[in-house]
Design a binder for this molecule. Structure first.
Ligand code: FEO
Length: 406
């Protein structure tokens, strides 16, 4: 039997860890796994907030029973219908046939669409309240953080916010669940990776949600992934990080991502990076797109203010993995970056044309003349590469526009 994990008085954690899956959404690597978080609010009307991935329904049920024993659950609040959180709903309903499922109009449409459930449902609207006895739930509609039905649920008496995917991280909860029981630093980059990979397209809805919550007093943030945030400076920190990421603001640093078949484009990347370092940029991350995960490159592109991408011409287009990266950045509407590009061709250049179109489509400031070489490097190309590294460094280190790490 599991020992109940209390978040605060009468609110319990009943989530699970996934150290088995390789790819989240069958796309994003999980080197440190992921947790699917669920919570119980124990009151006169006992309430479960979200469920877990279907693979963990049995374990989930044992955790619930370790808190509630044979007592019933009155409500299931569904903040988010993506199956990593809704996957155990059918199983739950089979065990608690009288449970009432609480969601907004879109939640209930999806509940019917995914699971055929139409009975015992309660529809709530923005800012509606629901009394559980001693405690009151209040619902905040936060569409597109990350799906259109996404909402957050707030317990006013304990100032606890169940935030769905927002403020979530990749990475399992290895022992501790609350931030005061673990090393929060471990999760910072995984929060940025989660945000950039999963939520990154929805900066504007995230800003709307943050504004809606601006005057809500919060003593605990219970996300659907990763640690529960309870330490005041952590709560402030994760909100500030979300604010920054959703404004597409970034910290001082440079990411250089390149494709290279035979090493020529990579040589340019090294020259550019060396020159940027020589001119004062300390945080430089280089990614060979053929080896790095796109997931990690997206994380760093959201993290750092400087972005330089390199590619050989391949079949009259960008190198395939660079093409994919460029598309992923465009899909997420990344903006406010100092940008540069470089690459090469053997008989007909498509690199410059493709990158120029990309830079034009994004709200990037192209900081220097492109560096395009034919076949291999000549002196003038080397000088252009140095100029790109140097100019990028000047932009990054002179700036009032670059923010400090939060
Ligand atoms: Fe963790 Fe959008 O689901």
């Amino acid at each position: 039997m599991y020992k109940p994990i209390e978040v605060t008085e009468d609110i319990f954690y009943v989530g699970v860890n996934d150290r088995t899956k390789h790819l989240f959404e069958s796309l994003w690597p999980l080197p440190q796994g992921v947790s699917y978080n669920s919570y119980i609010v124990r009151d006169e009307k006992t309430t479960l907030i979200d469920t877990v991935d279907i693979c963990y329904s049995d374990l989930f049920m044992r955790k619930i029973r370790s808190v509630l024993g044979d007592n019933p659950i009155d409500y299931l609040v569904v903040n988010h219908m993506e199956p990593d959180h809704s996957g155990s709903i059918e199983f739950l309903v089979s065990r608690y046939p009288n449970i009432q499922i609480v969601g907004n109009k879109r939640t209930l449409e999806m509940l019917k669409g995914f699971y055929g459930i139409v009975d015992n449902v309660v529809e709530v609207k923005d800012l509606d309240e629901m009394s559980l006895g001693k405690r009151t739930l209040q619902f905040y509609m936060t569409p597109m953080v990350h799906w259109p039905e996404t909402m957050m649920t707030y317990v006013r008496e304990t100032r606890t916010l169940f935030s769905a995917d927002a403020f979530g991280t990749f990475g399992t909860l290895d022992g501790g669940v609350l931030d005061r029981q673990l090393c929060p630093e471990r999760y910072r980059d995984e929060m940025i990776r989660y945000y950039s990979n999963i939520v990154g397209k929805f900066g504007s809805p995230v800003q709307t949600a943050l504004k809606k919550l601006a005057n809500v007093g919060i003593d605990a943030i219970c996300s659907t992934h990763g640690p529960v945030w309870t330490i005041p400076e952590n709560i402030t920190g994760v909100i500030a990080l979300y604010d920054r990421l959703s404004r597409y603001d970034a910290e001082e640093g440079l990411v250089i991502a390149y494709g290279s078949m035979y090493g020529h484009t990579e040589e340019l990347a090294e020259i550019i990076a060396g020159e940027a370092a020589e001119n004062g940029v300390k945080s430089i991350v280089m990614h060979n797109v053929s080896k790095s995960y796109e997931s990690d490159i997206l994380r760093d592109a959201f993290k750092y203010k400087g972005l330089i991408i390199g590619s050989p011409t391949y079949n009259n287009k960008l190198y395939p993995a660079v093409d994919s990266l460029v598309s992923a950045l465009q899909n997420r509407g990344l903006k406010n970056r100092f940008f540069g590009y470089f690459g090469g061709f053997t008989w007909a250049d498509a690199t410059a044309r493709q990158f120029e179109a990309f830079a034009g489509a994004m709200e990037f400031e192209t900081v220097a003349e492109p560096v395009i070489m034919k076949q291999a490097m000549l002196a003038d190309v080397v000088e252009k590469a140095r100029n790109l590294g140097r100019t990028m460094a000047q932009k990054l280190t002179s700036g009032t526009e670059v923010v400090q790490q939060v």
